[in-house]
Design a protein around this ligand. Structure first.
Ligand SMILES: CC(C)(COP(=O)(O)OP(=O)(O)OC[C@H]1O[C@@H](n2cnc3c(N)ncnc32)[C@H](O)[C@@H]1OP(=O)(O)O)[C@@H](O)C(=O)NCCC(=O)NCCS
Length: 197
């Protein structure tokens, strides 16, 4: 695996990403992506490079509250089988965790690769409606869908450490920091001051 670098994508990577994705799209292994779509979503892409040349890519799209999708995972044919796909996927999972994503999902024909990272198969009906806007672009839609949908739960139950327990007990015993709202509604403008005469 020496000599490969995984990093966030930059402007200069757009055309190589486009060429890589559309190479597999022509073989019906991935959805085609236009240059404008890649430009618009460049911040969501990671690339794998060797000697400065893009040899792999992946994208992480946040799609909904707590939900994100792994998309456009590809490794150039001559570099496949060297663990790059796994490294790209691992990078995406790490990034999703950093963002606070709770559930990650993917629609893929390479389910075994995803299962290695703990993804489990889920019915497509689970996925948000927005996903289907992508599906209608697929040559296999709707009768012959060949993709499996998988999800990975990232919101793991954190073990309580001493500090957490302290914070919890503090929160439950101390006075609220914001004073309670007055029970009675006040009218506006306020009534005139009482006449002292
Ligand atoms: C899927 C893809 C990204 C994997 O990249 P890669 O660098 O070859 O993957 P790795 O070397 O990290 O291998 C990861 C695992 O995936 C599996 N795998 C890799 N290529 C595979 C293939 N063609 N078919 C089935 N499983 C495959 C292997 O089980 C491997 O695990 P192992 O090494 O423990 O046996 C690459 O084959 C590719 O670009 N394919 C075309 C586009 C595509 O299908 N993308 C996935 C859509 S989400």
């Amino acid at each position: 695996m020496a000599g490969f670098l995984i990093r966030k994508a930059k402007m200069e990577d757009v055309r190589p990403i486009h060429a890589l994705l559309n190479f597999f799209a022509e073989r019906r292994e991935l959805l085609p992506r236009s240059l404008s779509e890649i430009y618009e979503n460049l911040q969501q892409f990671f690339v794998a490079t060797k000697n400065g040349k893009v040899v792999g890519c992946v994208a992480l799209y946040v799609t909904w509250d707590n939900l994100a999708e792994v998309k456009a995972l590809a490794v150039a044919s001559e570099f496949q089988g060297k663990g790059l796909g796994k490294r790209l996927l691992k990078t995406t999972i790490k990034e999703a965790k950093k963002l606070g994503v709770k559930t990650l999902f993917a629609l893929t024909i390479r389910e075994r690769l995803f299962e290695k990272f703990g993804f489990v198969r889920k019915k497509k009906s689970f996925l948000p409606h927005k996903v289907w806007t992508e599906c209608v672009r697929c040559p296999y839609f709707p009768e012959a869908c060949i993709e499996t949908s998988l999800t990975l739960e990232l919101g793991s139950k954190k073990k309580k450490n001493k500090l957490d327990s302290f914070t919890e007990s503090f929160m439950s015993t101390s006075e609220p920091m914001v004073p309670a709202e007055p029970a009675k509604e006040t009218s506006w403008p306020p009534p005139p001051p009482p006449n002292k005469n």
